[in-house]
Design a binder for this molecule. Structure first.
Ligand SMILES: [Zn+2]
Length: 267
């Protein structure tokens, strides 16, 4: 039985039997793993509130065959979840993105980028209530690092490049935009002019440090779609963007995320 040392974010925890705890951890080097902590509720000292959802921890665990459930031997805190409990919205946002990671990943699939995106989200959610565009931005970033990014630049069926004013049709099934020709024979939804280009712009740019990091410090010309655009009502954009993302995500997962239903009610 090998002892592993890793960093992890606690996705989920529940009681098991009298004193054990079962968890799903998203580890830095091994992706998602199922774990059990024996006697976790009795020995408060040993794991004193370490194994709580949204915590970033250092963990030592025993792994029998590189599969199945691992046994947590030791854990300590790198970053607590403190701050997330301050508002219902923060808790729901943290819950939504941890469920997102949990549902979109298979066990033992390493994804270092995803680990750091989730960490960034949880750190943000400890400090502020995200506006809807932040949620959208992080949904797109997660889809990107998971390899599920919808194609928003060229027709997903024939590959034709399209001007922004022609990007009106989105297919959840095909995973991207359709051109005016392909749209005639394929199922799709139609959106207002400007919605899809603006979705691209939200995915590419994030206010604050993320924009700097993603673009290597360059501050290029800002998209005309960023921020309040007089040509496009923000509320309508949010409603349509939400519709696109909900359709796309639930198509790929087959079900709606439980946490999303609650989160949706808060906007
Ligand atoms: Zn086409």
């Amino acid at each position: 039985m090998a002892l592993h040392k890793d960093e992890a974010i606690v996705l989920f925890k529940r009681a098991y039997g009298e004193s054990d705890r079962i968890m799903r951890l998203f580890t830095l080097t091994s992706g998602k793993i199922a774990a059990i902590a024996k006697g976790a509720s009795k020995s408060q000292k040993r794991f004193s509130n370490t194994l709580e959802p949204f915590n970033h921890i250092r963990v030592e665990y025993f792994d029998k065959h590189d599969r199945g459930m691992v046994r947590v031997d030791n854990a300590d805190i790198v970053e607590t979840n403190s701050g997330i409990e301050v508002t219902l919205k923060r808790a729901c946002i943290a819950g939504f993105f941890t469920e997102f990671v949990d549902r979109f990943t298979k066990e033992r699939e390493r994804n270092v980028d995803l680990f750091y995106v989730l960490k960034e989200i949880l750190e943000g959610a400890k400090q502020r209530d995200f506006p809807y565009t932040d949620i959208l931005y992080y949904e797109l970033r997660m889809l990107d690092v998971l390899g599920y990014m919808p194609n928003l630049t060229a027709c997903v069926y024939c590959g034709r490049e399209m001007d922004d004013d022609k990007k009106l049709y989105f297919s959840s099934e095909r995973g991207g935009v359709l051109c005016p020709v392909c749209v005639k024979s394929l199922p799709h939804k139609t959106y207002s002019e400007g919605t899809i280009p603006r979705l691209v712009s939200v995915g590419n740019n994030h206010h604050g440090s993320t924009f700097e990091v993603r673009d290597g410090g360059r501050s290029g010309p800002l998209s005309p779609f960023l921020g309040e655009s007089p040509s496009m009502d923000s509320k309508r954009f949010e409603g349509e963007a939400r519709h696109i993302m909900e359709g796309f995500i639930s198509f790929h997962l087959d079900v709606e995320l439980k946490s999303y239903r609650i989160l949706k009610g808060l906007f």
